[in-house]
Design a protein around this ligand. Sequence first.
Ligand code: HEM
Length: 171
Amino acid sequence: MLLTVSFVLHVLSAALWTGATLFVVYAVLPRAVDGTMRPATFADGVHRLLLITRWTGVVLPVTGAYMIWVLYTPLELLTSTTRGWLVLVMLTLWGIMNGLIEMGVLRMRRELDPDLGWGAYMAEGFPAEGITESVSTTRLAAAGRPYLLASGGCAVVLLVDAALLAGGMPW
Ligand code: HEM
């Protein structure tokens, strides 16, 4: 029963996070880059992606660790089976994608406040309040774009990895 609940929470979180990231890359970022989006609207979208990243950043490792404990003990199964390697790739990409999104949003915030400390950033994220119309959305987006594009790439590879686990592999 607990394994089923873990799968449900894991897949829901995975869908929400990868979907939100790809939506921001596909639909939000281009409008920010060309300057047709208001700066506060862009900041709000990015802030919500950060919140999703942080909430799923708790659910995915907790449920994933439980699934590893149930399905991949002894832990040699992680390195001696193809499914195990796919799980290790999943775990690694999760870490990389988290880091990319956090760094991207931090870089964008520091465009507005170069002295912003890590602690304040972790507590506040990227609040839209106080962002005036004089801020250049293009400049903000340029600072975060490489990180967001790389996160989108990670999301696609993660989904392929999950599909291989779900569908089974021919090898
Ligand atoms: C801390 C990070 C993560 C860990 C430890 C982890 C671990 C696992 C494990 C152990 C499984 C079960 C594999 C099996 O059925 O043999 C699984 C399944 C799955 N994971 Fe992750 N995962 C993580 C992050 C992610 C992320 C970021 C995604 C985003 C796409 C994701 C999507 C999925 C999906 C869709 C499945 C179901 C695949 C199936 O039907 O077996 N996981 N994960």
